[in-house]
Design a protein around this ligand. Structure first.
Ligand SMILES: Nc1ncnc2c1ncn2[C@@H]1O[C@H](COP(=O)(O)OP(=O)(O)OP(=O)(O)O)[C@@H](O)[C@H]1O
Ligand SMILES: [Mg+2]
Length: 282
């Protein structure tokens, strides 16, 4: 019997964006697989293409070439109605850096959390209420929070609501796009702990997106390093962290002020270019 396909498989994925003379290739031939329940870090500086990759996996961006497969099913070339049906299943969910981006300011957060279930249909109101209460519990919020609006919550509470909203549909893959970078350090630790527990208890695979390799290392099984739209290194976390094979990975692991505003400094970039030139010359 053939092996079952991985949960997610990106095959030679290329994405071009922009119009006419401004058009450029953002992702160059990305190959990446994620198994069910696996946690993978996608690391790269600002502008390396992390969000573009996540949006392509969600079906919001159609790749220029290459394929996106979920459990062996192509999802890169669905028609609008097929895509809608696929998204209703909720099998892939996205958590943004800014929870306000996914929450409607005018509706109670309980309703926001329930939205995916309502759209998917087939459940009684009482079942929806019970399911919402269950996810609200599992993200460590008080049930009374359901009747509040996003503006009445703290940043940490909002991000828990965003996670609850993603969980309610029982996803098999969570795309976490810098999910804690807008939070203070206490909330950051709590949300990371929560995501770790949820991944284990519900066997949800996670693609954890960040520019901070060091911060993600303790959270994931494998790390993929994205540099200028290419995956330059991928492997088990311990080998990537302890024995990086690409100069860019080494640079991201280097001492503190490597990144400023999420970007590699000009000086470090020059060093990197020299190192890469040396690598191709030898
Ligand atoms: N719609 C678009 N049209 C043209 N270029 C785009 C578009 N969206 C993104 N880009 C470009 O693609 C590149 C990658 O952007 P992306 O948002 O994926 O980076 P990122 O790694 O998520 O960065 P950050 O860490 O800042 O969130 C950037 O150079 C960006 O300017
Ligand atoms: Mg981004």
């Amino acid at each position: 019997m053939p092996d079952s396909p991985p949960l997610l498989r990106l095959n030679n994925l290329r994405v071009d964006r922009g119009v006419r003379s401004k058009r450029k290739t953002i992702l160059h031939g990305i190959d990446l697989e994620i198994e069910a329940g696996e946690k993978v870090g996608l690391i790269g500086e600002s502008g390396s293409g992390k969000t573009t990759l996540a949006r392509t996996v969600l079906g919001l961006i159609t790749p220029t070439s290459g394929t996106v497969e979920l459990r062996g099913q192509r999802i890169d070339s669905l028609s609008t109605s097929e895509l809608r049906a696929h998204r209703r299943t909720g099998s892939v969910q996205y958590v943004f850096q800014d929870p306000l981006a996914s929450l409607d300011p005018d509706i109670e957060v309980g309703e926001s959390i329930a939205e995916g279930l309502v759209v998917r249909g087939g459940l009684e109101r009482s079942d929806i209420r019970a399911r919402v209460a269950d996810v609200v519990d599992s993200v460590g919020l008080d049930r009374a929070i359901a009747s509040r609006r996003p503006a009445e919550l703290s940043g940490g509470q909002r991000q828990r609501v965003a996670v609850a909203r993603a969980l309610v549909l029982d996803p098999s893959l969570l795309l976490l796009d810098e999910p804690v970078s807008a939070l203070d350090s206490v909330n950051r630790i709590q949300i990371l702990k929560l995501l770790g527990e949820l991944g284990r208890s519900r066997n949800i695979a996670q693609l954890f997106i960040s520019h901070d390799l060091g911060a993600v290392a303790s959270l994931v099984d494998r790390i993929a390093v994205l540099y200028e739209g290419k995956i330059v290194e991928v492997g088990p976390t311990a080998s990537v962290v302890n024995a990086p094979t690409h100069p860019y990975t080494a640079l991201l692991l280097g001492s503190a002020p490597t990144l400023s505003g999420g970007r590699v400094s000009r000086e470090r970039r020059r060093e990197l270019r020299l190192a890469l030139a040396g690598q191709t010359a030898s």
